[in-house]
Design a protein around this ligand. Structure first.
Ligand code: ADP
Ligand code: MG
Length: 701
């Protein structure tokens, strides 16, 4: 008897063969028995629910009807071409409409036959219709769909359908597959985990997800399979975290020394918020432990991450180490440098800035100072990671606005000392908790969840073009009070020319409304040479200009506390987290600040929701949740490359409770048996050895 397993190539499955195997590979990426098994249904049709044509309403999400296909006709020309099927039951008639695969449908649909159709009813010109319905021949009396009340629906493609692999065809393969390997399916979780979490055994779950007996069985199977998806991600992440702390000795910072204390008592111009204090304490605890610090600091815009970074770096310097801070853009690096210089004065520690535009001569000096140890803190862009930049004793690395950097770049920083430096990652884009737990589950997480006292919440307005004069009025009022204003235009990669046109047209109106010499305007856009950009930015920062017109280059991190108005043109074209970032550029002083979202009259449902969310709340975490729901985890900045979000059933937006349960379970397991050597954990140990955890350098976030 042939022995099958989940890694058996798919062509060996009964009913597949070389041709079908080829399309399964090319269309669905299915190469093996196991991969087919994981091609789960995306929906189930409740075969107990049928409607009559007379009952169909356009507001129904979808309906299932039994009737007869009376006639097929092709109408329209070229792009308007479509196939219309006249469909009838004993209560009425309707149309079935197809715009695609017309030739193939004409061949395969049987005029005169009875069908079960499924789709969303529409009414157009008083005519009831369903566009691209799912069609299945109806055999009265026969065991329809294996006599199940819930029929699985699998995603398929036109090409697969030509090989008779529509949803029904795939279902047949699944049946054959389960028959051939049902006896070889093995449990992957220990018994005590199954019992504790009341999980359906894996073999049963795999059968039930494809052929559910009823809703309850389906729900149990789904829960079990989602549990596994999340469980093994967490197991890997948390095991890695454990390994990292065991394996990588970290530089030990024993003292809180002179510089830290001098800064704290003499230079710090404000008192720290409790959240800032807490995070600094967490960092102190990590760096005193002798293990490697690997921490993500999340804090909303304006929560004061820079000073936390600075104090951590001073801690390093006090203990005889150097520190560096890497920012994603030149402007940001410059700003960090300026604010750190300003905060430190000249006495506390030596600081330099290194970016691509630093002159060769100065660069040489910096290199020399780094190597002989006379430079304490280096701020810069990715120029920091170049091989020519060598530290005498790098002990602490801060990476700001983490999502702009790749894992590779971070790994390079790690390698700049024999014992890797501590690594603090700061992100200004709040990430929903579920996503953070999944993406950064192996980093410790600190959250600065408090804004400095005395800040007034930013008032956000959404205005249409017709209210432009009101917007100008508000600008003038604020400028009259001595405040400054940002105006941001969208930047769309596909047509930089168009962007510039928008910006220029806007500028023309603006200059008429805000004439010289009373008003002065800075302009910054992506097409300008870096030096000019820098010059314009500095004029605004110094208060020489009152209005800053820009494309989104100012998005991240720019800090001009005197600016009190953020105007975003074509706000409907920005993503939520971007809007929130931009708004965070104001509200940094004690004054009332405003964010004005300008948009056209016509808005898509999604744009409207984005703008409404912005008006409703200033809370970055709440905004991140909405963003996650709108875009899904794959699109949230910086997560695209991370394969760990390749979840088939689990959904990070809706499965929060399950994720918590899973994570706690894994934490509990590892606490009791960190090396997974106990007999009851043998399955877990085997899983990890087989999947060869990628630890060390590449695994820092
Ligand atoms: P972000 O977290 O967005 O990077 P910054 O570190 O740029 O925020 O801080 C925003 C502004 O708030 C800066 O002007 C900074 O000097 C100021 N700030 C930071 N912490 C405090 C505090 N505890 N009290 C008052 N102002 C603070
Ligand atoms: Mg910042």
């Amino acid at each position: 008897m042939a022995s099958f397993s989940t890694i058996t190539p798919i062509e060996y499955l009964k009913g597949v063969g070389p041709n079908r195997a080829e399309v399964l590979k090319s269309e669905l990426g299915i190469h093996t028995f196991g991969e087919l098994l994981q091609h789960y249904p995306f929906r189930y049709i409740d075969r107990t629910q049928f409607h009559k044509i007379q009952q169909l309403q356009p507001d129904m999400p979808a309906a299932q009807v039994i009737g007869r296909l009376i006639h097929l006709e092709e109408v329209g020309e070229r792009r308007g071409k479509r196939l219309i099927g006249h469909f009838k039951d004993d209560t009425g008639a309707m149309e079935l409409v197809w715009f695609q695969s017309i030739g193939w449908l004409k061949k395969s649909l049987k005029v005169g036959a009875a069908y079960i159709i499924y789709g969303k009813p529409n009414v157009f010109n008083n005519q009831l219709s369903i566009t691209h319905p799912e069609m299945e021949l109806y055999h009265p009396g026969a065991k329809q769909a294996g006599n199940m009340s819930l029929q699985p629906v699998y995603s398929s493609t036109e090409k697969l359908k030509k090989f008779m692999l529509d949803s029904r065809g795939i279902q047949k393969l699944q049946a054959a597959l389960l028959e051939s390997i049902a006896h070889h399916l093995q449990e992957v979780l220990p018994d005590y985990v199954l019992q504790k979490h009341r999980l359906m055994p894996l073999p049963n779950a795999l059968v039930a997800i494809h052929f559910p007996r009823d809703r309850q069985a389906l729900a149990q199977a789904t829960r079990r399979l989602k549990f596994d998806e999340l469980f093994f991600i967490q197991l890997k992440l948390l095991k890695n975290k454990l390994l990292n702390t065991q394996k990588f000795r970290g530089h030990r910072f024993d003292v809180v020394g002179r510089r830290f204390n001098t800064f704290y008592s003499k230079h710090l111009p404000f008192s720290l918020t409790n959240a800032q204090k807490r995070v600094i304490k967490e960092i102190r605890k990590d760096t005193a432990s002798g293990a490697q610090l690997n921490r993500l600091v999340q804090g909303d815009v304006g929560s004061g991450k820079t000073v936390v970074a600075l104090m951590s770096m001073l801690l390093a310097v006090d203990n005889g180490f150097q520190a560096c801070l890497m920012a994603p853009t030149e402007i940001l690096a410059q700003q960090h440098y300026n604010s750190i210089k300003k905060l430190l004065g000249d006495s506390v520690a030596s600081v330099q800035l290194l970016t691509g535009s630093v002159a060769k001569k100065d660069r040489k000096t910096i290199h020399a100072q780094l190597e002989d140890g006379s430079l304490d803190i280096l701020v810069g862009t990715h120029a920091l990671i170049e091989d020519s930049v060598r530290f005498k004793n790098l002990g602490f690395v801060v990476i700001d606005e983490q999502h702009r950097f790749g894992v590779e770049q971070r790994a390079k920083l790690w390698r700049k000392n024999h014992t890797p430096p501590h690594m603090l990652v700061m992100t200004a884009t709040p990430i929903p908790r579920t996503l953070a737990m999944t993406l950064y589950g192996d980093l410790d997480l600190s959250v600065i969840d408090e804004l400095p006292a005395g800040r007034k919440p930013i008032k956000t307005l959404h205005l249409y073009e017709s209210s432009r004069l009101r917007m100008f009025g508000l600008m003038k009022d604020e400028i009259a009070k001595g405040r400054q204003v940002y105006i941001v235009y969208p930047l769309i990669k596909e047509s930089e020319k168009m962007d510039l046109l928008y910006l220029e047209a806007g500028l023309e109106t603006l200059m008429k409304e805000f004439p010289l010499p009373q008003y002065r305007i800075s302009i910054v856009h992506g097409k300008m040479p870096v030096k000019d950009k820098e010059f314009e930015m500095q004029r605004f920062i110094k208060g020489e200009t009152q209005i800053m017109v820009a494309t989104t280059v100012i998005e991240v991190g720019v800090d001009v506390p005197n600016a009190s108005v953020m105007i975003i043109e074509n706000a409907e074209r920005f993503g939520l987290s971007q809007l929130h970032q931009l708004r965070g550029r104001v509200g940094r002083g004690a004054e009332q600040s405003y964010c004005i979202l300008m948009s056209g009259q016509k808005l898509s449902k999604e744009s409207r929701l984005r703008l409404e969310t912005m008006v409703r709340t200033n809370d970055g975490f709440e905004i991140a949740e909405v963003d996650l729901q709108l875009r899904g985890p794959g699109d949230i900045t910086g997560t695209q490359q991370s394969g760990i979000l390749d979840l088939k059933l689990a959904d990070l937006t809706t499965d929060q409770a399950l994720l918590n349960e899973v994570r706690n379970s894994v934490i509990h397991i590892l606490e009791n048996d960190p090396k997974l050597t106990k007999p009851e954990n043998i399955l877990l140990r085997e899983y990890l050895t087989e999947s060869e955890p990628t630890i060390a350098w590449e695994k820092i976030s």
